[in-house]
Design a protein around this ligand. Structure first.
Ligand SMILES: [Fe+2]
Length: 381
């Protein structure tokens, strides 16, 4: 499929820079726009484009409203052509781009994975083991709070596997509506109940080495030397920002329950969106061998159908989840990032995932941003 998009020319600080659209294999056409939009940054004057020059360019197009317009239209933008792949380069580029359009860093809360801050507003992507697939999800859509944007950057690419697939959740909504209208109707009516279990510090699982005391979960105020009761009291204060429904179980395991809608609308176009994580939850169970009765995985854990619930406590039929996973696989843009690739993602239009990798080292970084402007927040369905 070929898409015709005009190059963007401009001059910053005496340097002429061109944002040249290019075709990426596997890109899709959604709502009349190419998804994702791919832009090569080049300089018309001699010498390579430096991260500082690229940052000036990205800040400029953000200040002029172009970044927001493109993210609302295309869902995701791949930017290629900036040298020196590093966390520092990513930090420079992403801050220029997001600060330029008035966005603020997203304050992480309730994150059940594991991440490390490696530079200013830059974190490691999920630290889950490399053989684990992370299915399609909108960042923190299982929670009542989530970022408007999650951006990705590649420092090192695996030599086998390790793709970073993206899915347009407008296209996904349309497909589910066409094939399983009852699923859409039930989800619209009932919403979702998400249950999360957070291990106590020191009792983290090998698969997802994280606890409720992590600084991106509920440990923001916990200080060295706090005893367990103080830690729990501090964590509870954070939990209450997400949900009033939580309890402490045996071994100081924290269980939270949240009510989330599952369907939303784009703030830019009002188009309906499939904004949730039910596909990735079922995908995880399926990958571990627990997709069918008796729903026990290779890890010996049980992944019963009752894990997938509507807000009223009733179950989502397993066959609908299986079909949802197939539809998602059918429409994803499956992409292997190269070192230096920057992918700006509108979390309100596009979900993301991660494929397992088998050879080489993969180092992908993320940066999450948010907006206070109610006009830019995702809408109710
Ligand atoms: Fe994610």
């Amino acid at each position: 499929m070929a898409f015709k998009i005009e190059p963007i020319h401009y001059s910053v600080g005496g340097t002429s820079i061109v944002l040249q659209p290019f075709d990426v294999p596997g890109s899709r056409l959604v709502d009349g726009a190419v998804f994702p939009l791919a832009l090569e940054l080049t300089k018309t004057s001699p010498g390579p484009l430096t991260p500082d020059e690229a940052a000036l360019a990205l800040r400029d197009i953000s200040e002029r409203g172009i970044t927001t317009e493109l993210l609302n239209k295309h869902g995701a933008i791949l930017i290629r052509g900036v040298g020196n792949p590093s966390a520092k380069t990513f930090s420079k580029l992403v801050k220029a781009s997001e600060e330029g359009r008035g966005r603020k860093p997203y304050e992480q809360l309730g994150f059940s994975g594991s991440r490390t801050e490696v530079d200013d507003e830059v974190f490691s992507a999920s630290e889950a083991p490399q053989h684990v697939r992370i299915g399609q999800h909108n960042e923190n859509a299982i929670h009542t709070r989530f970022p408007s944007n999650i951006h990705f950057y590649c420092v090192k690419a695996a030599t086998k596997g390790g793709e970073s697939p993206l899915c347009h959740i407008g296209e996904l909504f349309d497909r589910v509506q066409a094939e399983m209208p009852q699923f859409v109707e039930d989800l619209a009516k009932k919403g979702l109940l998400t249950t999360d279990n957070y291990q106590a510090p020191g009792k983290e699982s090998k698969q997802f080495p994280t606890s409720w005391a992590g600084t991106s979960a509920f440990g923001q105020d916990i200080r060295p030397g706090d005893d367990i009761e103080t830690m729990k009291a501090k964590a509870e204060k954070q939990v209450k920002q997400l949900t009033p429904y939580f309890k402490w179980l045996e071994d100081d395991l924290l269980q939270t329950q949240e009510h989330v809608p599952g369907l939303r609308r784009s703030p830019a176009t009002n188009r309906p969106l499939w904004f949730n994580s039910v596909a990735s939850r079922y995908r995880f169970a399926k990958d571990i061998g627990a997709g069918n009765p008796p729903y026990v995985g290779a890890d010996g854990q049980s992944y019963p159908p009752s894990n997938y619930r509507y807000r009223d406590g009733t179950q989502i039929p397993i066959e609908w989840l299986a079909r949802l996973v197939d539809i998602t696989d059918d429409i994803v843009f499956n992409f292997t990032m190269s070192p230096g690739d920057l992918v700006l993602v509108n979390n309100f239009l596009v979900s993301h995932g991660r494929e397992p990798w088998y050879e080489g080292e993969r180092r992908i970084l993320v940066s999450m941003w948010d907006t206070d402007n109610p006009e830019e927040r995702i809408r109710d369905y």
